[in-house]
Design a protein around this ligand. Structure first.
Ligand code: SAM
Length: 314
């Protein structure tokens, strides 16, 4: 089992530091608590910091509770989807926070735990729900969606050119009752893809698995609702740091950041109108990737893109 290494840990701490270092009792939301890797390091760096940690996965929460045992007096853990940030803060009686961190996607624990069905490398039931206490599984998506819906999911969320061929075979296989495990799905995708394409670009099942996972967990819709809530929850001087692992997520973050950091002066005017300066500024212009060193130690960091913004006015 791969050991969990928090991605871009030092960089995340450095980006959040200006928002936390001179505060008496700073508060950070870790919107994707996972095993608590980033949270633990932040709590150890800032002795008066409080963390509100959210995760939709109950097994992640159990692991985080163990890993954060020594700092639980400064940690509040909430089983929630991150598009509930506003509600969670309201329930806790907190109006604004100093920092927010999103480390998107699945955790190494979820990938390594074969039963969860996230990995094409391990034979398992086709589940893929991050929150196994509710919602529909990948198996139910495959069994109940129309051909058109399945093509839409695999093409749009997997950016898969051969979506129609894959879905034609999926429909045949579901009628024959032969698509029941991650292994069945990985084999089916491989056979649906032209032989020449199979030899390039890694495991061909990767895109279809990503697509089904996004659909099962409604990942993009949830993220689109969550980022504006996070932006609104920042104090002046507060910072939001987001790490994405695929381009569809990164696009959502980029577009939400652009909206709030752009001047409100209409385009084409030679000077900024009074009070038209944006309330937020980009801390990093564009996005940042992990260093080659980090990627060599932690391959998961390879696809990571990091963005950060700061609230500069109320
Ligand atoms: C990459 S892991 C985070 C790892 C964490 N930063 C650490 O160092 O241990 C992502 C976590 O976010 C959770 N997650 C993903 N989408 C979520 C959502 N929409 N709402 C709440 N939690 C979510 C997953 O269940 C997973 O535990």
């Amino acid at each position: 089992m791969q050991q969990h290494i928090p991605v871009a840990l030092e960089r995340c701490i450095a980006l959040l530091t200006p928002a936390l270092e001179n505060k008496t009792n700073p508060v950070v939301i870790d919107a994707t608590l996972g095993q608590g890797g980033h949270s633990k390091a932040l709590l150890n760096t800032f002795p008066t910091l409080k963390i509100i940690g959210l995760d939709r996965d109950l097994s992640a929460i159990e692991l985080a509770k163990t890993n954060l045992q020594e700092v639980m007096d400064r940690t509040v853990i909430v089983h929630a989807v991150y598009d509930e940030i506003t509600q969670v803060l309201e329930n806790l009686g907190i109006s604004k926070v100093d920092g927010i961190l999103f480390d998107l996607g699945v955790s190494s624990m979820q990938l390594d735990n074969a039963d969860r069905g996230f990995s094409y490398a391990n034979p398992a039931p086709l589940d893929m729900r991050m929150d196994q206490s509710q919602g529909i599984s990948a198996q139910e998506v495959i069994n109940s969606y129309s051909k058109g819906e399945l093509v839409r999911v695999i093409r749009n969320f997997g950016e898969e050119k051969f979506a129609t061929r894959i879905v034609d075979n999926l429909i045949k296989a579901r009628e024959a009752g032969t698509i029941n495990t991650t292994k069945d799905l990985a084999e089916l995708v491989k056979e649906s893809i032209p032989a020449a394409t199979r030899r390039t670009g890694g495991n061909p099942a990767k895109r279809t698995f990503q697509a089904l996972r996004i659909e099962v967990n409604q990942e993009l819709a949830v993220l689109e609702r969550a980022i504006p809530q996070a932006i609104a929850a920042l104090q002046v001087g507060g910072r939001l740091v987001v790490m994405s692992y695929q381009s569809l997520e990164d696009k959502i973050v980029k577009s939400a950041f652009s909206k709030v950091t752009a001047s409100r002066t209409p385009l084409g005017l030679p000077i900024d109108l009074p009070n038209s300066k944006a309330d937020y500024k980009l801390v990093i212009s564009g996005s940042e990737a992990a260093s080659a060193d980090e990627i060599a130690k932690n391959p998961r960091a390879g696809s990571m893109r990091l963005r950060a913004l700061e609230r500069v006015a109320a």
